[in-house]
Design a binder for this molecule. Structure first.
Ligand SMILES: Cc1ncc(COP(=O)(O)O)c(C=O)c1O
Length: 365
């Protein structure tokens, strides 16, 4: 028997060793949270009632996901077999990549985009192929189509995209799907409610299309961790194979029907954010702060060299915003989530003060 070294730690796969650690800046968030694109207020009160009614006995049981999947499927106009509930869209991305990305496959990503696509892909044996957006941060359609190869296995598109809130059209999504018939085109509609346009109705008609939706944003359930992935029955069967049957917890499953049914709360929140966004964008324009047109509940602004100081000053004023300067093509940029009108009035006052200070110290561009 070969001699074994004491205290030798088993090594993870080479790809995992090469992965960058990802630490979202989640500490000390007892302030106005305009940094993670969450609902900034609360979920529906009907969800609160469900949470209050859950008994300790109910928590002892393993739970069934399927009845709630059926309800979500009805809500989306799909068959239950076309719908998989996941522990947030993050898990949907994770299991999808695990199920489909093989050695030498390519994940095609228009960048900048949501960070976790690259994080989860880097744990697989696939290669990430990025196509960089231009100054408008819109999806570079021609470059994307040119980058499709026989190895392209998944094209991941957030629509609206993060960090700028830019969108692509239904016709563009169909064109991408046509150009890459061997690939899954994943359309991540995390911010659907603020945009109002979807391609869920194309599921089945476009055989390689999948759509993800989250309950973390407009519904205000980020802490419960629920997302949904939809596609053809066949593709969802593969996803189910690698998914834990219990990854969506029983509290989340109990709450989901109430969240779905309370459409008036959802409509109110989305209306409030839209109104607040219009006012906030007008304030940004008055301050001559460059912004990108956004169809989501956030706005990307260009602060320039003083971006880190701007974030610090906003934080000191009790308003958390997110520095996106390290995103590809976003040098000097900060992303600001839109909350309610009352919250954005506070944010606007903090922004004006931070900009004044930066201008006086010569740190803005
Ligand atoms: C585009 C996009 N997709 C997915 C997510 C994550 O959603 P979930 O909370 O359901 O994992 C986010 C969160 O910021 C996002 O911006």
């Amino acid at each position: 028997m070969p001699e074994t070294k004491l205290n030798l730690q088993p090594e993870p796969r080479a790809r995992v060793r090469a992965m960058k650690e990802y630490h979202p800046p989640l500490g000390c968030r007892d302030a106005l949270r305009l940094d993670f694109n969450e609902n900034t207020l609360a979920c529906s009160p009907a969800v609160g009632q469900v949470v209050a009614s859950i008994s300790t006995g109910a928590l002892t049981r393993y739970h069934e996901r399927e009845p709630v999947e059926t309800k979500v499927a009805q809500h989306l106009g799909l068959a239950a077999e076309q719908v998989v509930l996941t522990n947030g869209v993050d898990e949907a991305i994770h299991v999808l990549f695990e199920a489909f990305l093989d050695t030498a496959d390519e994940l095609l990503l228009p960048v900048p985009t949501y960070t976790m696509y690259e994080v989860y892909a880097s744990a697989t044996e696939a290669r990430v192929v990025s196509v960089q957006a231009g100054d408008d941060l819109r999806l570079p359609m021609e470059k994307l189509l040119d980058a499709i190869t026989p190895r392209t296995k998944i094209v991941a598109i957030a629509n609206p995209n993060s960090p700028a809130g830019t969108v692509i059209t239904r016709a563009q999504i169909e064109e991408i799907a046509r150009h890459a018939p061997q690939a899954i085109v994943l359309v991540d509609e995390a911010y659907f409610h603020f945009h109002g346009e979807t391609v869920v109705d194309l599921i089945g008609a476009v055989p390689n299309l999948m759509v993800a939706r989250t309950f973390s944003k407009a519904y205000g359930l980020a802490g419960l961790r629920v997302g949904v992935l939809v596609g053809t029955k066949e593709s969802m069967r593969w996803v189910r194979r690698v998914l834990s049957p219990y990854s969506v917890n029983s509290v989340a499953l109990a709450c989901l029907p109430a969240a779905l049914d309370d459409t008036s709360y959802l409509d109110w929140y989305v209306g409030e954010v839209r109104a607040a966004k219009a006012e906030f964008e007008a304030a940004l324009d008055a301050e001559s702060v460059r912004r990108w047109p956004s169809s989501a509940n956030f706005v990307l602004v260009e602060i320039g060299a003083g971006h880190a100081e701007f974030v610090r000053r906003m934080n000191a004023a009790g308003v958390l915003v997110r520095d996106r300067s390290n995103d590809q093509g976003c040098n000097g940029c900060v992303r600001i989530t839109i909350g309610t009108r009352e919250q954005m009035t506070r944010a606007t006052a903090a922004l004006k003060q931070a900009m004044n200070t930066l201008r006086n110290s010569g740190e803005s561009k």
